[in-house]
Every structure is written in C-alpha cells, then in structure tokens.
Write a protein that binds this ligand. Structure first.
Ligand code: FAD
Ligand code: EPU
Length: 336
C-alpha cells in the first residue's frame, strides 16, 4: 500500500528548487498502487502527477495530492537482427536509462543524454536534443486512462508527436498516468552528429561510437546549461517559435546574423534564446530570479525565488520579445 505523506516539502522534487509544500504526497511503485490511491484516497484530491519535476514551475503550495509514479524495471521484450525492443518503467531515471542502452551498444537515444527527468515523461513533450527526438524510437506508450480506469497501449503513430508536443499535452491532457514506455532501439546504430558543434567535440576524442556521442553531448550540455543541483532551473523555459518563413526573412533583413532552422517550405524555427538575448535579458537578475548568462532561454533561481517571481520574469521577457519582434513565445515549462 502506498504511504500518503502530509504537508510534504517539494523543494527536492522540482529542479527549479521552488520551496512549496504539497498538502499530500505519495509515490506509487506499481499500477496496483496507483489504482489503490485513486480508489481509496479521493479525499486527498485534486491530484497532480510528477516525474523528476524538471519541467514544472510551482507558483504556490499544492492543495491536493502530488503523485509520483515510481514504477521501475527495464525489460527486453524482443530481440531480432536489427532491433532490441525494451520496456522501461515510468519511474526509471531517463539519463540512467540512456546510459544502460549505450553500454549495451543500442543506438537511438545517445543524443538525448543528460536530459533530466523520468522515462514516463519522455514522450509527453517528445523530448529532443542534438538533432534527435524521442519519437524516433518510441514504439508505444502504456498508460492508465483516468476516465475509464483501463490500461491502454498507444502505438507511436497515435501519439501525435510534434516539436515538444504529443497527444498527452493535448487531447489526453490530465487524462493519463503513463506507467511505462516501449522503445525500439537499433543494434546497428546510425550516428547522428550534424547538430551544432557535436561532430567537432567527438573528433577531439577519436573515432565515433555511442559512448563518444554520449560523452560529447554531456560535455556540450555541461558547458552551457546550468546544473540544477547548483542553480535551480527547468531547462528551456519557452519553446523555439516556428514562424512563417517570410516573417523570418523580414527579421533577417534587419539582423543578418539571426540563426534559424527551416521546418518545411513555409515555416522557419527561430531560437528563442537569440530573441531573448536581443532584447537584452541574457545574464539579467531581478531579485532571486534571473536569465542564465550562457543560455538566455533558461530562467534560473538564484536562491529563494518564488515561483511567482520566475513566472513574472517570464511574462516580462515574453512581452519584450513580442514588442520587439511581434513573435509570441510559448511556454515549455508547465506552470502550476
Ligand atoms: P516533470 O517535470 O515531473 O513533469 C512534466 C509534465 O509531465 C507534467 O505536466 C507532469 O504532470 C507530466 N507527467 C510526468 N510524469 C508523468 C506520468 N508518468 N504520466 C503522466 N503525466 C506525467 N527537455 C528536452 O526536451 N530537451 C532537453 O534538452 C532538455 N534539457 C533540460 C535541461 C535541464 C537542465 C532541465 C532542468 C530540463 C531540461 N529539459 C529538456 C526539460 C525536462 O527535462 C523534460 O521535459 C523531461 O522530460 C521532464 O521530465 P520530468 O520527469 O522531470 O517531468
Ligand atoms: N542562442 C543565442 N543566445 C542564447 C542562446 C542561444 O543566440 O542565449 C542561439 C545559439 O547561438 C544557437 C541557437 O540559438 O545558434 C540554438 O541554441 P542551442 O543549440 O543552445 O539550442 P536551443 O535552441 O536554445 C534547444 C532545445 C534544448 C536542447 C538544445 C540542443 C528547445 C526549446 N530547446 O535549445 O532543449 O537541449 O536545443 O538540442 O527546443 C529543453 O527543452 O528544456 C532544452 C534544454
């Protein structure tokens, strides 16, 4: 039976390091424990699911139950000449899972090394980094449907994956508890080193391998992203905006150096970090909240910031980007 804790401090359960309390807190180690909580502890509701708390911002105490699915286990379901199909529990740590696959020579998620959080959250915003998105290897997502209380195994093609997007953020928002994710990994890895300075970083260490890609990604990430253990943050606070290519072209006429990435024939992605930097926010600090000095897309907690302070700073940043570029930034972080 899952233990329900009362007035539980969440400071260590969100990487922003916001010191709020949950009225109730529970970890569920199995599907049965999740069902037991849903059946027997309705008096503690509403409830909110967290994994590693690396993509959320608490703006006040949570007056309900914070439920953390802590279902563990990494199991090989199928092996053939090409692929290994693996089911990993929602409560497995994402980066430890990446390390596990790299050690076994299985390709597909090495570029997603060092992303914080749990396996269960990885499909929700279709985590991505260094030219790879998790949708490329997700076979299916297993979840408990909170409306029917039945288990569902949703195949990749029905997950509606997009850039930092999936069905779990839209049609199925607040309707699922993901219990495990099934991945199809490659026994003959195809290396993807086209992003930024990834290839150059690998070249410093010799010939290419999964391990070298993983180490290079870790090296690059450590050089520009703050470590939440030292400086509270939730990674990119906003998504990179996708705008009509004509709009991007108009901006480029004024700012020749603007970085951009074509999405398709009509649309272009502009790095939000660049837009925010152009508005003069990089390295700025207001009270305990600030904009990281090496990556303007990352908002940081310099100590005792409240979630409200961070959210207010985010709003000011959005407003100034809109007033300078007429581009609306969309928040990536879940504000609670
Ligand atoms: P949480 O923050 O705990 O939850 C996120 C959302 O998912 C919440 O809405 C929550 O309710 C829901 N949720 C969590 N678990 C479940 C579940 N089992 N069932 C149903 N709903 C659930 N992201 C990237 O894509 N790429 C990056 O490169 C990247 N870099 C980062 C770097 C840093 C330093 C940090 C702090 C964050 C970074 N992120 C990045 C964001 C974050 O790590 C990912 O979004 C990650 O997948 C969040 O996992 P989590 O377990 O911490 O989720
Ligand atoms: N840039 C600036 N100023 C800044 C930051 C970035 O000009 O302060 C420019 C860089 O010079 C570069 C471009 O923006 O030309 C892209 O920068 P970077 O490679 O650092 O990536 P990003 O677009 O800022 C995205 C993801 C990250 C992911 C990296 C690497 C989003 C919202 N963010 O950031 O994901 O790790 O690419 O692939 O898509 C996250 O989602 O939390 C996250 C950290």
């Amino acid at each position: 039976m899952a233990e329900i804790k009362e007035n539980y401090p969440l400071g260590h359960f969100n990487t922003m390091g916001i010191n709020v309390n949950a009225r109730y807190f529970a970890q569920a180690r199995s599907i049965d424990e999740i069902k037991e909580i849903l059946d027997n502890h309705r008096d503690c509701f509403p409830f909110y699911i967290i994994g590693g708390g690396s993509n959320i911002l608490f703006t006040k105490d949570y007056n309900g139950l914070i439920l953390q699915p802590a279902i563990k286990g990494i199991n090989i379901l199928e092996e053939n000449l090409e692929n290994t199909v693996i089911e990993a529990g929602a409560g497995e740590n994402w980066d430890e899972f990446v390390e596990w696959t790299v050690k076994r020579g299985l390709g597909g998620i090495e570029n997603l090394s060092l992303i914080p959080g749990s396996v269960g959250s990885s499909p929700i915003q279709n985590i991505g980094a260094y030219g790879t998105e998790v949708r490329e290897v997700v076979e299916r997502v297993n979840y408990l449907d909170l409306k029917t209380l039945k288990m569902v195994s949703l195949p990749n093609r029905e997950c509606n994956f997009g850039y930092r997007d999936s069905i779990f953020k839209n049609h199925l928002k607040n309707r699922t508890i993901i219990t495990s994710v099934v991945f199809r990994l490659n026994r003959h890895p195809v290396f993807n080193t086209s992003y930024g300075n990834l290839q150059a970083e690998i070249d410093k260490h010799g010939s290419i391998s999964l391990e070298r890609i993983r180490n290079a990604v870790i090296e690059i990430r450590r050089s520009k992203l703050p470590d939440p253990a030292e400086l509270g943050n939730a990674g990119s606070f906003f998504k990179n905006p996708v705008v009509e290519s004509a709009r991007a072209q108009a901006i480029r006429e004024e700012y020749e150096e603007m970085p951009s990435f074509p999405v398709d024939e009509s649309f272009t992605k502009i790095p939000a970090g660049w837009l925010i930097e152009q508005c003069g926010w990089k390295g700025k600090k207001t009270g305990n909240a600030g904009v990281h000095e090496k990556q303007a897309l990352v908002l940081v907690n310099y100590g005792d910031a409240t979630g409200r302070e961070i959210a207010d700073l985010a709003e000011k940043i959005s407003r100034s980007v809109f007033s300078k570029f007429k581009i609306e930034l969309e928040t990536e972080v879940n504000i609670i």
